[in-house]
Ligand binder design. Structure first.
Ligand code: ADP
Ligand code: MG
Length: 378
């Protein structure tokens, strides 16, 4: 496949994935309003449900967004993994922290991207596989060990998904000032099949609450933590042990509490989830400030406290935002695109001139798509 948007010196990569239209969306005769135009560009069309709404009709019906890399229904799990996450492994082995997270409304493909299915495994398994392989191939003078843990943050409480019986866990700062989850299960090197089984089992332990938006709506953040420990094989250097951490995160649905008609307890959960997502967004914005003048407030949520060392310093972050292509999901898609766009806005300011040119191309492309549709209907 082509090398899409992979760049080594970039601290923050923002990717966008549009999942295929679902059977449910087809049944409610939804049309496709989100299109991938090229490797980096996405166009969202306002479905304009009410043709008499003059105010809306007068506004431009489509908006173009640029990302480091864009995927649609045709992208394989392997392609998404290669263009977003594979490049982090090298850094991890050299001692740099990294974070990959899936963002987006419930039902838009976050778990599919991160966990995937037995036949189409996602980023978790592919990353661990390549990491084990890369370590086998690295120099003989270092000794590496890899361990993983899988946890959930739900309602600002932390649970061990590999051992749910252990109750709620606390965050502690270790002697080096690194935030750790106290008492979490850590599983060391095992093969891909075993990892997948563990993760699928762990995923079943995630807190699921039905909401009006989706029967299996997930209100929790799931975090797969991969720790790489390295130590020199030479006896007099063995004292120095280095750690690097990779977090791969399946975030809770980003839909707003009001839109899922949440009430009572679930509204409270919604508030917590929004707080975590907001805190994460704020941290990323501050981190991507070129001048480094912005204060990064990690203490705002459990999620950002835990991610402190993975987000800051010499680390790389990948955000994969997810949307549905359906007309019925237009508002949510627009919110998600705006959020993802804001996450990279500071860094991409220099690209603006390019955007004006490509905007016109995008407009024509969508007009062509529309005309094609009309021809087909004739
Ligand atoms: P989320 O975790 O964001 O709530 P899911 O990953 O559970 O969403 O996806 C919702 C449904 O859509 C699942 O049945 C999933 O298998 C399917 N799906 C999501 N993305 C894709 C994709 N890129 N290709 C095929 N099916 C997908
Ligand atoms: Mg999910």
């Amino acid at each position: 496949m082509k090398d899409t948007g992979e760049s080594k010196d970039q601290q923050l990569t923002v990717a966008l994935r549009i999942r295929p239209l679902s059977d449910a969306e087809l049944e409610e005769s939804a049309t496709i309003v989100a299109h991938r135009v090229d490797q980096q560009m996405v166009v969202l069309m306002d479905p304009l449900e009410d043709p008499d709404d003059v105010l809306r009709a007068n506004r431009s019906r489509e908006k173009t967004y640029m990302f480091d890399v864009a995927f649609d229904y045709s992208a394989s799990q392997e392609e998404v993994y290669r263009a977003t996450t594979k490049g982090l492994i090298e850094g991890l082995i050299s001692g740099y922290n990294a974070t990959v997270f899936a963002y987006g409304p419930t039902g838009c493909g976050k778990t599919y991207t991160m966990l995937g299915t037995d036949k189409e495994p996602g980023i978790y398994v592919r990353t661990l596989n390549d990491l084990f392989r890369a370590i086998e191939e690295t120099s003989d003078d270092m000794l590496y060990s890899v361990s993983m843990s899988y946890l959930e943050i739900y309602n600002e409480m932390i649970r061990d998904l590999l051992n749910p019986a252990s109750g709620f866990l606390d965050l502690r700062e270790d002697s080096k000032g690194v935030i750790q989850v106290a008492g979490i299960t850590e599983v060391s090197t095992i093969n891909a099949q075993e990892i997948m089984e563990l993760l699928v089992k762990g995923n079943r332990q995630r807190t699921q609450e039905p909401t009006a938006a989706n029967q299996t709506s997930s209100r929790s953040h799931a975090l797969l933590q991969v720790s790489v420990k390295q130590q020199s094989r030479s006896p007099h250097l063995q004292q120095e042990v280095r750690f690097a951490r990779l977090f791969m995160i399946d975030l809770a649905g980003s839909e707003r509490a009001a839109q899922t008609q949440n009430r009572g307890q679930r509204l409270k959960e919604g508030a917590h989830i929004n707080r975590s997502l907001l805190a994460l967004g704020n941290c990323i914005n501050a981190l991507s400030d070129k001048n480094g003048h912005k204060y990064v407030n990690y203490r705002d949520s459990k999620l950002t406290r835990l991610l402190k060392d993975s987000l800051g310093g010499n680390s790389r972050t990948v955000m994969i935002a997810h949307i549905s292509p359906a007309s019925t999901a237009f508002e949510e898609s627009r919110n998600t695109l705006t959020y993802a766009d804001r996450a990279k806005s500071i860094r991409t300011r220099v690209k603006k001139n390019l955007l004006n040119v490509t905007y016109h191309i995008a407009q024509y492309t969508s007009i062509i798509t529309e005309l094609r549709g009309e021809i087909q209907r004739l």
